[in-house]
Ligand binder design. Structure first.
Ligand code: FES
Length: 437
């Protein structure tokens, strides 16, 4: 349970807020590369409560600039892409990817007006199908050598989806290891061989047990949380027999991402990126340690749940998330279909736009959430005080930060730590790209 002031402190991210100041110290996903693979690559973006426009100029450079034209405020998202920049459709002012005004064509020939006009702009980098932006002061931090960033393009797939609530309650689902036994419970197990691209449908590594069965049958796991240089590593332990332990290792990548196992060959690295205080996008990089990713199939599956152009959820509070009470009796615990993104959408959006944490009652199974909030509050204080918070890495530290291991498998109960480390090393060794990382 938090005070109302503490809840505001850790959830609100607009310009000038304490958590907003912290979140601006990191690269944040702003758009998918796919969204700009169109004839006219210009798209409005609302990010951390700021209205921006992202574009790719006619030389292939990405720009992210404030959306309202600095002349008289018209919407640059309707601008013309030409002459090395984005041109406002109202009076033709032209802006480069760095926000510099390059032309004011209605002004006299020798007018110096545009020289002193610079639209607010933010740097953009492309990584594994996502365009990351840096909205903070000074030099951006370096991105860690995480698997999702170093895997070749053929082994990654990026996608996103809108969630209609504050970013923190969505992130807290990802670091809550027991909800999978309930929220994502399937009453029957699908054939793992038919589960390509779907979450939790594979067998746990080194076993014949479907992940869905383990989670359904073992609802009181032991949770071990370790604070790490990147945030937290969470080991969730389910004793599945006298001798065997199910070990699921997930990670919090500070401040607003996590890395979890999806199947034996794939992990998901997922950010919860604030659109503003009451909406967030999940951005995920699916990373395969086995075969190249079938991107068309992965995209097809996810477009059944999300609608273009804004990746909005087809099932949402306006249609009761597709809730079917009959299905709730014999198909899934929620009665909201098989896509776990819908389950998570319901769980988080139904808490309210910003969860009122003055009314919550956390238990021992929420220990990872408690520890994360402590780390978050420390980092907020550091950012406010001008210190360097966790994960604002320099190039050397970023190069040395690899992994993280994200494993779901069954090994000997008495040596479960050694088991998952060996399982991770084995998978890397067998991978065409991950050996040595
Ligand atoms: S409002 Fe944009 S050029 Fe005039």
């Amino acid at each position: 349970m938090l005070s109302a002031a503490d809840n505001d402190l850790i959830t609100r991210i607009g310009p000038g807020t304490p958590a907003g100041t912290l979140m601006r110290r990191y690269w944040q996903p702003a758009a998918l590369v796919d969204e700009l693979k169109v004839n006219r690559p210009v798209k409005p973006v609302r990010l951390l409560g700021e209205d921006l426009v992202i574009f790719k100029d006619d030389k292939g450079r990405y720009g992210l600039i404030e959306r309202a034209c600095p002349h008289r405020g018209a919407d640059l998202a309707f601008g013309r892409l030409e002459d090395g920049g984005l041109r406002c459709s109202f009076h033709g002012w032209l802006f480069g990817v760095d926000g510099q005004c390059l032309e004011t064509p209605a002004e006299p020939d020798n007018s110096p007006l545009c020289v002193n006009i610079r639209q607010k702009s933010y740097p953009v980098v492309e990584k594994s199908g996502i365009l990351f932006a840096y909205l903070g002061p000074g030099e951006p931090p370096a991105l860690a050598n995480f698997d999702c960033f170093i895997a070749p393009d053929a082994y990654t797939f990026a996608f996103k989806g809108l969630i209609e609530c504050n970013w923190l309650q969505s992130l807290e689902v990802g670091i809550d290891p027991v909800h999978t036994s309930f929220l994502h419970r399937f009453f029957q197990d699908e054939d793992p061989a038919a589960g390509y691209g779907k979450m939790f449908r594979d067998r746990s590594a080194d076993s014949e047990m479907p992940m869905t069965r383990i989670m359904r049958e073992h609802t009181r796991p032991r949770i071990e949380v370790e604070q790490t240089a990147f945030g937290m590593s969470v080991a969730t332990l389910r004793q599945v027999s006298e001798r065997n332990m199910h070990v699921r290792v997930t990670n919090l990548l500070f401040p607003n991402a996590f890395c979890i196992p999806m199947s034996n060959e794939m992990t998901i690295t997922q950010w919860h990126v604030p659109v503003d205080d009451t909406q967030n996008y999940w951005y995920a990089i699916f990373t395969s340690f086995g075969a190249p990713v079938d991107k068309d199939e992965m995209r097809r599956q996810r477009l059944e749940t999300y609608e273009l152009p804004n990746y909005t959820p087809r099932k949402n509070k306006r249609n009761e998330y597709g809730f079917d009470p009959h299905q709730q009796q014999d198909f899934t615990y929620t009665g909201m279909g098989a896509d776990i993104n819908v389950h998570a959408q319901w769980a988080t959006a139904s808490m309210g736009a910003i969860q009122d944490r003055t009314k919550e009652h956390l238990g021992s199974s929420d220990k990872a959430i408690n520890i994360y909030r402590r780390i978050l509050r420390t980092a907020i204080a550091q950012a406010r005080g001008g210190e360097r918070p966790l994960m604002t890495l320099d190039a050397g530290a970023a190069a040395a930060m690899t992994g993280p291991p994200a494993i779901d498998g069954i090994g000997p109960a008495e040596s479960w730590q050694a088991y998952w480390q060996t399982a991770d090393a084995r998978r890397r060794q067998a991978s065409s790209w991950a050996a040595g990382h």
